[in-house]
Ligand binder design. Structure first.
Ligand SMILES: NC(=O)c1ccc[n+]([C@@H]2O[C@H](COP(=O)([O-])OP(=O)(O)OC[C@H]3O[C@@H](n4cnc5c(N)ncnc54)[C@H](O)[C@@H]3O)[C@@H](O)[C@H]2O)c1
Ligand SMILES: Nc1ncnc2c1ncn2[C@@H]1O[C@H](COP(=O)(O)OP(=O)(O)OP(=O)(O)O)[C@@H](O)[C@H]1O
Length: 532
């Protein structure tokens, strides 16, 4: 009897605890559980005569066997999920590094073909980051801005006319951690116009005000406008004319806007556009500055046009809310004068890169394209009435299973959008992090989380899910996730810089005060009881 009690204790507590404390050992735990279960059976067979007269003992032993089976089932499930998570992670990392390599190589190869070595010799001073990068890095920087092609009016974006330099700029960080707040530290050069997130070892929280200084004057401006708005159309006509006639800039617009301008006057012939959406990928090397006329949706739209680095964006507010649109359209001349002259304060907004991995295409080399979001990626139940069943992993750790209407993975920029409506916290857009916000979870204890920016989040629809789920990217481009499909999401290396009216923190606070009337309350009068 004593032996049985000891055995019960080790099975009931020891194994379950080791599973909790060290999930990597799930497979070895499985073995020990299987052995334990077998031992229970053997014990029951050996001792049948004695237990036949002891009904309670039999009942107890059967209960024990059930517990052992349940534990084994759970450990099996966990081990499989972990093995699968590790495999997804491996595949994702492999693909990610391959894509990054391709990205790094692409401009260099293109440039090597089209450029003479004397261009390199003539290239201006380099600002290599202080921590030092390889010669290859330096060569990339030299090459990057030399090969950009200029376009004659009316020619499509990609046509090769003559070599032209894209305007270069540099960013500097006002460092609050120093004794003197005015201290500025150059982080990286932007001669190629490619803004890439700075070294992660830098304590991002120490840096507050980021300022952009033009090293050469911007020449090419791309304007995105909210469609079907008369006020926006009127302003765009005026602004394009001013940019050309007063500032002598090349202006690019979307094909729809060019048609609108031409219907206004044939003198807008100088405005450049593109014919084929594929040419949009050539926008970045051409454009020094992006202007948006609309609300936050137009900023999201503009950012979505750039699948890699994004030129600085100057967002004019012509909508109702405007968290990312600090500039007033009435003063566009003064604003643009100041921006073109520089230096200007910017908010460096992080983006998430998202990737769907289809179970059906598990063994295919080709996978779906990466999506970049400035606000958030949402996984929801779509039109089905079933609860979502979403298994979430952060790197290799199981986070939780979302049973409810869905889940929002948001940037800190998007923290004031859908995530806020679902109960997530508002976070300053320059704080690095990924918001993990459930939508109507069917559990009282499911509070939103904020994860660090270096993690990879994987959301998977399990095979036993009752329904599929739907993914949308900044509220657009809905895609279905079938059972077995997964969405993998991590911080993208290409942030979006938006110009500030005053400075990043000031603009953020103004937007939550003006846009949301955050914590607006009548001030209590002094006319009443006081602390004595
Ligand atoms: N329940 C909700 O609050 C809800 C539901 C769906 C989508 N959205 C948001 O709408 C965004 C798409 O915007 P849209 O303009 O294309 O669609 P839209 O025209 O439907 O506008 C959605 C609203 O969200 C605001 N918004 C967008 N980004 C914001 C941000 N970063 N901070 C604060 N407010 C923001 C816009 O100003 C707009 O008023 C999605 O990314 C999502 O965040 C919110
Ligand atoms: N250039 C564009 N081409 C196509 N669609 C666009 C473009 N710019 C904006 N949109 C879309 O138009 C919609 C409305 O845009 P936006 O949010 O800028 O204006 P708004 O709704 O008036 O602003 P607010 O919500 O602040 O009142 C968004 O869904 C956005 O994606």
């Amino acid at each position: 009897m004593c032996t049985k009690v000891l055995f019960l204790d080790s099975l009931g507590n020891g194994d379950a605890n080791s599973l909790r404390s060290n999930p990597e050992n799930a497979f070895s735990d499985l073995n020990s559980l299987a052995q334990s279960e077998k031992a229970v059976e053997e014990l029951l067979i050996q001792q049948t005569p004695m237990q036949a007269s002891d009904d309670h003992l039999i009942e107890f032993s059967e209960a024990l066997r059930t517990v052992a089976k349940a534990l084994r089932g759970s450990a099996e499930g966990k081990a499989l999920a972990q093995a699968e998570a590790a495999e997804w992670k491996r595949r994702y990392e492999l693909e990610r590094s391959k894509n990054l390599d391709l990205l790094r190589q692409a401009p260099l190869n293109e440039e090597a073909n089209s450029m003479e070595m004397d261009h390199i010799a003539k290239s201006p001073r380099l600002h290599v980051p202080e921590n030092g990068k390889s010669a290859r890095y330096a060569l990339e920087r030299i090459c990057a801005h030399e090969v950009l092609q200029d376009c004659e009016p009316n020619s499509p974006i990609g046509s090769n006319n003559k070599l032209k330099r894209k305007a270069s700029f540099k960013l500097s960080w006002g460092c609050k951690g120093q004794a003197n707040d005015q201290h500025k530290k150059d982080i990286v050069s932007f001669e190629s116009g490619n803004i890439t997130t700075a070294d992660r070892s830098i304590n991002a929280n120490m840096y507050v005000a980021i300022s952009l200084t033009w090293e050469t004057s911007p020449q090419n401006v791309l304007i995105f406008t909210k469609p079907k708005s008369t006020s926006v159309q009127v302003l765009s006509v005026e602004m394009v004319r001013w940019l050309r006639e007063q500032k002598g800039l090349n202006v690019y617009v979307e094909p729809r806007v060019k048609a609108e301008l031409l219907s206004e006057s044939s003198s807008f012939d100088f405005v450049q556009t593109w014919e084929d959406d594929k040419e949009i990928s050539l926008l970045h090397p051409k454009v020094d500055l992006v202007i948006t006329l609309g609300g936050d949706g137009t900023v999201l739209w503009a950012a979505s046009m750039f699948k890699g680095p994004v030129p600085p964006i100057v967002p004019f507010s012509m909508g109702s809310l405007g968290f990312m649109t600090p500039f007033h359209s009435e003063q566009y001349r003064e604003c643009l004068e100041a921006v073109l002259k520089g230096p200007l304060s910017i908010t460096l907004r992080h983006r998430l890169q998202c990737h769907i991995i289809r179970d059906k295409a598990r063994h295919d080399y080709e996978t779906e394209e990466n999506m970049l979001v400035l606000n958030e990626v949402t996984i929801d139940r779509g039109i089905t009435s079933f609860l979502t069943n979403l298994e979430c992993y952060c790197d290799n750790s199981f986070v939780t299973c979302v049973q409810g209407d869905g889940l929002i993975l948001s940037t800190t920029s998007g923290s004031t959008a859908y995530s806020l409506a679902a109960g997530g916290s508002m976070v300053h857009p320059q704080v690095p992090g990924i918001l993990f916000t459930p939508i109507c979870p069917h559990s009282l204890s499911f509070r939103p989380l904020i994860l660090p920016d270096h993690v990879t989040v994987r959301v998977q629809v399990p095979f036993n899910s009752r329904s599929s789920a739907w993914v949308s990217f900044d509220g657009k481009g809905r895609k279905q996730l079938e059972a077995g499909d997964a969405l993998v999401c991590s911080m993208a290396p290409w942030p979006v810089s938006t110009a500030c009216q005053v400075e990043s923190t000031n603009d953020f606070l103004r937007s939550i005060h003006d846009g949301l009337h955050w914590n607006l309350r009548k001030t209590q009068s002094s006319d009443g009881p006081r602390e004595t």
